[in-house]
Design a protein around this ligand. Sequence first.
Ligand SMILES: Cc1cc2nc3c(=O)[nH]c(=O)nc-3n(C[C@H](O)[C@H](O)[C@H](O)COP(=O)(O)OP(=O)(O)OC[C@H]3O[C@@H](n4cnc5c(N)ncnc54)[C@H](O)[C@@H]3O)c2cc1C
Length: 432
Amino acid sequence: MAPIIKPIINPATNLPHATTVVIIGGGIVGLTAALTLAERNVPVVVLEKGRIAGEQSSRNLGWIRKTNRLSDDVPLALASDKLWAEMSKRVGADVGYSQSGILFIGRTPAEIAGYESWHNSTQSLNLDSRMVTAKQIDQLVPNGRGKWAGGIYTASDGRAEPTLASSAIANAAIAKGAVIIENCAVRTLATKGGRVSGVITEQGEILCQEVLLAGGIWSRRFLGNLGVNLPTLPTICSVLKTKPMDIKFAPSVGAPDFSFRKHRDGGYIISQRGKLDAPLTIDHLLLGLKFLPALKGQHKFLKIGLGKYFWDDLRLARKWKEDSVSPFEKVRAMNPLSNEVLTGNALDNLRASWSGFEHAEIETQWAGVIDITPDSNPVIDRIDKIPGLTIATGFSGHGFGTSPAAGQLAADMVMQSDTPLIDPTPYRFSRF
Ligand SMILES: Cc1cc2nc3c(=O)[nH]c(=O)nc-3n(C[C@H](O)[C@H](O)[C@H](O)COP(=O)(O)OP(=O)(O)OC[C@H]3O[C@@H](n4cnc5c(N)ncnc54)[C@H](O)[C@@H]3O)c2cc1C
């Protein structure tokens, strides 16, 4: 069952006639952008086709990490660390953030060499990441019985609770003047004189000066209808949560074939790190070559298959008119089946590696669709072809951690700030 999101207080029901900025998508990126804009007294309306955070932003593992990121993505993660640290105070509600450390471990010299190579490549960034021995792994997370060759540990990495964070951020944005409307899909953009003049929703039109598209996996389809080719493909990550347990490991741990992190209720969120499902779609044929380097590299563990997802995706339109029902109204929340073979293997591997987990009882399982780009970095950029449109999307399975800074950077781009939060160069659209 998908995680339960705390309902937002005072969601709007009536579509405003006009605003300054419309944000398409009430995931954590759209919501942090809305909070930033509302704090700057910019009128903003968030339109979400289902419930806020109903897709990736409530289903993720809650890891907040710099470790193993592309080095040009680390400045965004560092800026996010600062914002996460003050987020509960900023929004006046607990987002479950703690700087509890993240430990990646390996069994083979090749795995350790991979971590070492990342460590060496980020020396100039002055991170607190350090290579660790098997003995140090045991000190950090005692009672292990796996045979580890070593690993890498970053004490300043952390975690937050996805189901708390999005609603807390949404409520704070509303309190500061943002309007958030759920169950309201945006079908397309309205344009006048070659630039954005509004959005056409299933409930009517809103006039606006700027639009931010933060639509997660749907951004490619939305832009495709406008003749803009955003290269993202779906992968499915399956997750299980245990009932509360009497184990108190602080750091989150990523091993080659399982990962775990403590949930604030005492349970553990567990996932398979070695494999992700990659459902085939028509987009694989259209984009396959662009993704070859990624598929050979960081996504080499994909289990590619043709199944229900392929047929569901095939049935959804790729072109539609503003007065016809759009794909976004047909799927209020993408809810793929959890692959219980993968999660079961992950739990078995964890049980074999750490004592205490033998008696772990599964409370619930779910899955989420991740939007990956060819280089695993998101796009946060203005779209030259459509003046007035900015996109923040394609977070490739690690956008929860960077969302506070990504949302702020997106807000900076929307407002064409001369002093964006960080240099946005790694996120430009033209790199594809
Ligand atoms: C199982 C899983 C585990 C993960 N683990 C981690 C992790 O540990 N750490 C980490 O940093 N990241 C993790 N991620 C990735 C992270 O969750 C995402 O990168 C992040 O949530 C992306 O946020 P978003 O706002 O861009 O997208 P989403 O959360 O997908 O939000 C996009 C929203 O836009 C809405 N929308 C789309 N089109 C329209 C439209 N036309 N009209 C109206 N609404 C629309 C959708 O309904 C959706 O709610 C994980 C993801 C998954 C699925």
